[in-house]
Design a protein around this ligand. Structure first.
Ligand SMILES: *[C@@H]1O[C@H](CO)[C@@H](O)[C@H](O)[C@H]1NC(C)=O
Ligand SMILES: *[C@@H]1O[C@H](CO)[C@@H](O)[C@H](O)[C@H]1NC(C)=O
Length: 591
């Protein structure tokens, strides 16, 4: 623990402005980090916000806006292109980092030019608004009360994926500490997998598929959270990469870029990598039907997504690629084996099933449905939903299309092993996280929570599954006892969260300062806030360490956030449709 860093957000005064609220969440010698939230009371197309501190502040960083210093205490923040439009009822919330002399924690106000206080009174002095760091309970919906700001967590998760981007970053890149990287890769673009810089095909495709599924099923949640366009923008990045990675003429798919072992020996920024980045392909000789099929699933679901959006050209390119890639996978069966055994899949039937189900939905061609049915493994209950195992996803999709009782029984079997009581086989932490594994327990809980919400929509276990899913997400966002309670395992949510994720880029100071192994071993908080990332999570005992060296508990990954984000979209959908169930968390955050 760094002695000068004081995590006292709960003790700090919250200064409430007429239009918004600002909290300082952490402060240390020379800097502080806070969050500002303004409820939008007028439709805006472009905005200028003013952040006014009660003490002198040297400079301010906020990645959602262009910052101009007006005086020693005032900063003007102007929207970026991607967040110019704000609608009545939205809440504009963002984190910022201030730099000053010494250890200060200044009170501040925020307001938007030309936006009067809500309800048209035209006066300052409208009701004060609570910030995200002390989440506002929403009105009763479906009998349940929201205790977390799920929409805010959803927006942050999207930013995590933006921080994982490899390649030439677009002009609207919201992560200012990231730059272009991997420009000599055999396929430029895509996501870095985790805290490292390998581009692994299987988790990249699995995460993309799960994220797209949440957009397919809970689009209203993304809209309500004001995140629809950010989501389209974020998810197009891996889809563009897959289009480039697949060569239908040579029948060759690039499935991995980078050497896991060499990569893991380098601690530094992706922008500074100099090691060889070998390009691994599968084809008719070197098999990889698991990765090919999962990539086809992502492309097929991507085509549905962008067709619905009205982007027909892009949708048809995605579909053409999905069909040829699926056909390649189906005719060249064999699981990909990486020499170093990172992400070795236990089989390819589940991926083939997912691909054929989404192709069926994209095309209406019944051959795909028959294909999916033929890959089904009777009464096989998945251990968890994740980058390797999509059996339960396949069973759920088959049930949705056919309403066949066998598929339903499989989905119920899965959840009977996950939910407490009955045939429960899964351990729980004392505060109630379904704890599947030492590696990324939060991830498996998030993925299962997402699937539970999907199954609930299809009429399976509706009330029980919804309640359980929301409780899992509540645990992750603060209903736990770590660090005195109210600890969010998602970085940047609330007032207490991991500050030392096992993530190379975030551990590095601003460029061009050097970044080496010294940053891995530095006990201080990471200089860059990896907003939105979900860390691995606690031990079964509930113990957790915010320790950069501990990659078991404190790594982040594209796979980790995928179901978690989907569940957040699902919960916002429940709030919107007034179906949020009553929940009972064992260790509720009372702040
Ligand atoms: C699925 O396969 C089984 C045989 O394994 C068959 O009896 C059933 O009709 C198939 N269902 C569909 C929808 O193709
Ligand atoms: C992470 O911390 C836990 C709890 O102290 C410990 O059991 C585990 O071995 C640590 N793992 C690593 C990689 O340091």
């Amino acid at each position: 623990m760094l002695p000068s860093l004081v995590s006292v957000a709960l003790l700090l005064p919250v200064f409430r402005a007429a239009q918004g609220a600002v909290t300082v969440q952490h402060h240390w010698a020379g800097g502080f980090q806070g969050e500002a939230c303004i409820p939008i009371s007028k439709d805006l197309n472009g905005w200028k916000a003013h952040l006014v501190f009660q003490e002198d502040v040297k400079s301010l960083d906020a990645f959602v806006a262009t910052v101009t210093k007006v005086s020693n205490r005032e900063f003007r923040l102007e929207n970026k292109d991607y967040n110019a439009v704000e609608h009545v009822g939205d809440k504009l919330c963002f984190t910022f980092i201030g730099h000053g002399d010494g250890d200060i924690s200044p009170a501040a106000t925020i307001s938007i030019e030309g936006m009067n206080s809500p309800s048209g009174s035209g006066q300052t002095g409208s009701p004060a608004h609570t910030t995200q760091s002390a989440p506002t309970p929403a009105p009763n919906t479906g009998g349940g009360t929201a205790t977390k700001n799920y929409a805010s967590a959803l927006g942050k998760s999207i930013l995590f994926y933006d921080a994982q981007r490899s390649g030439k970053l677009p002009a609207n890149n919201p992560i200012k500490w990231r730059g272009d990287s991997g420009l000599n890769d055999c396929v430029v673009g895509g996501w870095y997998d985790a805290g490292d810089h390998v581009k692994f095909g299987l988790p990249m495709a699995s995460s993309t598929t799960l994220l797209l599924w949440s957009l397919y099923s809970f689009k209203d949640g993304y809209v309500k959270a004001g995140q629809l366009n950010n989501m389209y923008d974020m998810i197009k990045w891996p889809l563009d990469y897959f289009l480039k990675a697949w060569d239908p003429h040579k029948k060759e798919l690039v499935v991995q870029i980078g050497d896991g072992l060499a990569d893991h020996h380098f601690w530094g920024r992706p922008e500074d990598m100099t090691m060889a980045r070998p390009c691994t392909k599968v084809n008719q000789q070197k098999k990889g039907s698991d990765i090919a099929a999962e990539t086809a699933a992502a492309l097929a679901l991507g085509s549905i997504t962008f067709k619905r959006k009205g982007d027909r050209n892009y949708a048809s390119r995605l579909l053409t690629a999905a069909e040829s890639l699926y056909s390649f996978a189906k005719n060249n069966r064999g699981v990909f084996r990486d020499d170093a055994f990172f992400y070795s899949s236990s089989g390819d039937r589940d991926e083939l099933c997912e691909a054929s189900m989404w192709l069926y939905r994209a095309t209406g061609n019944r051959q795909y449905l028959q294909d999916a049915n033929s890959t089904w493994v009777e009464t096989a209950w998945a251990w968890a939903l994740g980058w390797d195992d999509k059996k339960v996803a396949c069973q759920e999709l088959l049930y949705e299309e056919t309403h066949n009782a066998d598929y339903r029984r499989d989905v119920e079997g899965y959840f009977s092993s996950w939910l407490p009581g009955g045939t429960s086989q899964i351990p729980y932490t004392p505060c109630g996280l379904a704890w599947r594994s030492l590696w990324g327990a939060n991830r498996y809980a998030g993925n299962s929570a997402f699937l539970a919400l999907i199954a609930a929509e299809a009429g399976i276990g509706t009330l029980r599954y919804r309640k359980w899913a929301v409780e899992q997400i509540n645990f992750i966002l603060g209903d736990n006892k770590h660090d005195g309670g109210c600890f969010s395992y998602q970085i940047g949510y609330g007032s207490k969260y991991p500050l030392r994720p096992h993530h190379r880029a975030a551990s590095c100071p601003d460029r061009p300062k050097p970044c080496t192994e010294a940053q891995l071993n530095d006990p201080k908080p990471s200089p860059q806030l990896l907003v939105g990332a979900l860390v691995g999570g606690p031990l079964q005992s509930g113990e957790y360490k915010d320790d950069r060296l501990n990659y078991t508990l404190n790594e982040v990954a594209t796979d980790y956030n995928s179901g978690f984000q989907g569940a957040l979209a699902g919960i916002v959908h429940l709030e919107l449709t007034k179906n949020l169930p009553p929940t009972v968390n064992k260790c509720p955050c009372k702040s």
